[in-house]
Design a protein around this ligand. Structure first.
Ligand code: GDP
Length: 136
């Protein structure tokens, strides 16, 4: 069993898509093993998006991620990391395959409804950032 981190981003939370997004994971053989709704902080986002810190879009990305509440999920299942990435679709919502989360609920390259860890290595780092030890 593999675990991965999903963040339902402020755009999807504001448009009331939390339930539909979770249903997509659950109906594809994955389980929600941890979940919380929160406001992100600059400190957490800096750790999470450290690889993008020098990119021109970083300030805009941080502003977007701070623009409303997010839902943070630990998703568990067989090949959870790649399965979630597949269910989410490609980064730019406008190019995401029909039926993927980003196709259904995202708008563009930045406002793309969800984050899913890219690799198993990333998922363990990201789960540590968002869920402190012992936290459910
Ligand atoms: P992901 O793994 O598919 O989420 O994509 P990345 O790790 O490359 O980017 C992280 C997040 O930054 C994406 O999900 C988008 O919300 C945002 N993003 C990526 N590329 C761009 C860009 O060129 N411009 C803007 N404004 N946002 C971007």
């Amino acid at each position: 069993m593999e675990k991965t981190l999903v963040i339902i981003k402020p755009d999807a939370v504001k448009l009331n898509h939390i339930g539909e997004i979770i249903s997509i994971y659950e109906s594809n053989g994955l389980s929600i093993s941890k979940m919380k709704m929160m406001k992100a902080t600059e400190e957490l986002l800096k750790k999470h998006y450290i690889e993008h810190i020098e990119k021109s879009f970083y300030p805009s990305l941080i502003e977007f991620m701070l623009s409303g509440k997010i839902v943070v999920l630990e998703v568990t299942g067989e090949k959870a990391v790649s399965k979630v990435r597949e269910l989410n679709g490609v980064t730019d919502s406008r190019n995401a395959a029909i039926g993927t989360v980003r196709n259904l609920f995202g708008t563009d390259l930045q406002q793309n409804a969800v984050h899913g860890s890219a690799t198993a290595g990333d998922s363990s780092k990201e789960l540590e950032i968002w869920f402190k030890e012992g936290e459910n």
